[in-house]
Ligand binder design. Structure first.
Ligand code: GLN
Length: 308
C-alpha cells in the first residue's frame, strides 16, 4: 500500500506536471533534444529512507550541480584559507556565466558561478596515480553511493561549443588565479559537467550533505564536516545565482541547480531533495524544480526558519 508521503508526492507530481513553462538547455546541441516532460522527484532522509515519484531513474548530465562537490573536494584537499585566496564567498547577483571577478586580483565572487567553478577544478590535483577528473568523479560517486560516469557525447558537445568558458579560463589564467595551463582545466570542467546522474543519485548526494558528509546508504564519511559546512553556506547564498534571494525567501534551503534540469536542496540534519525536469527559466534553473521545491518546503515545513 502507498504510504501517505508517496500519495502526497504523487499529487504534487500530478499538479506540477501541468506547468509547461521554460525550455530545455539548447546551447549544447547534445542536450537539446531531451524529452521536456521528464519529471522526477526524490527525497532521501539522513537515516536512508527514499521517497520517489516519476522519472527518478532517467539519466541526465549533472552540469552545475557538480560545482559544490568539486569546491568541497578543493576545500578538503587544500584547506579553507588556501581556497579562499583563489575564490571568494560572496554572492555575485549575476548569472552563472558572468565574468564576476574582483577588480585588480581577478578573484571570482564564488565557486557556484562558472568562473569560480573553473578555478575550483584547477585546484584539484592528480594524486596517488589518480587523475584529477577521476578524483572528481570518484567524489561525486561516493556522494551518490554508486559509480558514476561521463557522457562522452555531451562532453564532446561542451568542448565544441563552450567558448565562453574557455574565455573565462584564459582570463583567470591572466590573473594567475588559475596557475597552470587552462586547457586541461577547461576540459576537466566540461567532463565534470557531463557526469550522468539520475534524480535518486542527486537526492543521495544532497542527503549526504544533509548528513554532515556521511552517505546515509553506504555509511561512508565521504567528506569532513568543515568543507561540508562551507559548501552548504555558499550554496545558501550563491547556489541559485541571481535568483538566490528569491529562492532562500520561498524555499529556505541551501540549493544548487544545473542546466541539465536537476535541482538539489539540502535541509541539514534532515533531508536531501532532488527534482529533475529539463525546461529552464531565465536563470538557467528548472521551472518545475523551483515550483516543486517551493511547494514541498511549504507543505513539509522545510524552510530553515520553520524546520529549526
Ligand atoms: N556546462 C554549463 C556551463 O558551464 C553548466 C552551466 C549550468 O548548469 N548552469 O556553462
Amino acid at each position: 500500500m502507498e504510504s501517505p508521503i508517496e500519495g502526497y508526492l504523487a499529487r504534487i507530481h500530478r499538479e506540477i506536471s501541468e506547468l509547461k513553462d521554460g525550455k530545455p538547455y539548447s546551447t549544447i546541441p547534445a542536450m537539446a533534444n531531451v524529452n521536456p516532460d521528464n519529471f522526477g522527484i526524490c527525497l532521501t532522509t539522513v537515516d536512508g529512507y527514499v521517497y520517489e515519484i516519476g522519472d527518478t531513474r532517467e539519466e541526465f548530465s549533472i552540469q552545475s550541480i557538480s560545482k559544490p562537490f568539486t569546491y568541497g573536494l578543493a576545500l578538503a584537499d587544500l584547506g579553507l584559507d588556501k581556497v579562499d585566496e583563489k575564490v571568494d564567498v560572496e554572492p555575485s547577483g549575476d548569472s552563472f556565466n558572468e565574468i564576476s571577478l574582483a577588480e585588480g586580483t581577478g578573484r571570482p565572487a564564488n565557486a557556484m558561478i562558472n568562473a569560480g567553478a573553473l578555478t575550483a577544478t584547477s585546484l584539484i590535483k592528480a594524486s596517488g596515480g589518480i587523475t584529477r577528473i577521476k578524483r572528481i568523479v570518484n567524489t561525486y560517486s561516493a556522494f551518490a553511493g554508486r559509480e558514476l560516469s561521463i557522457d562522452e557525447e555531451i562532453f564532446a558537445s561542451e568542448l565544441e561549443h563552450g567558448h565562453r568558458n574557455r574565455a573565462l579560463a584564459y582570463l583567470l589564467r591572466s590573473f594567475n588565479i588559475i596557475e597552470n595551463d587552462p586547457v586541461p582545466v577547461i576540459e576537466d570542467y566540461f567532463r565534470q559537467c557531463s557526469v550522468l546522474v539520475n534524480c535518486l543519485d542527486l537526492s543521495l548526494m544532497a542527503a549526504t550533505l544533509a548528513n554532515s558528509g556521511r552517505n546515509p546508504m553506504t555509511g561512508k564519511q565521504v567528506m569532513e564536516i568543515l568543507p561540508v559546512e562551507r559548501v552548504l553556506s555558499v550554496m545558501t547564498t550563491c547556489g541559485m545565482y541571481d535568483d538566490a534571494g528569491s529562492w532562500i525567501s520561498t524555499v529556505g534551503m541551501p540549493a544548487k541547480s544545473g542546466v541539465g534540469g536537476g535541482t538539489i536542496s539540502v535541509l541539514p540534519g534532515q533531508v536531501g531533495l532532488a527534482v529533475y525536469s529539463p525546461p529552464l527559466d531565465e536563470h538557467g534553473s528548472s521551472v518545475r524544480g523551483i515550483a516543486t521545491s517551493q511547494r514541498l518546503s511549504q507543505d513539509m515545513e522545510l524552510h530553515f526558519v520553520r524546520a529549526a
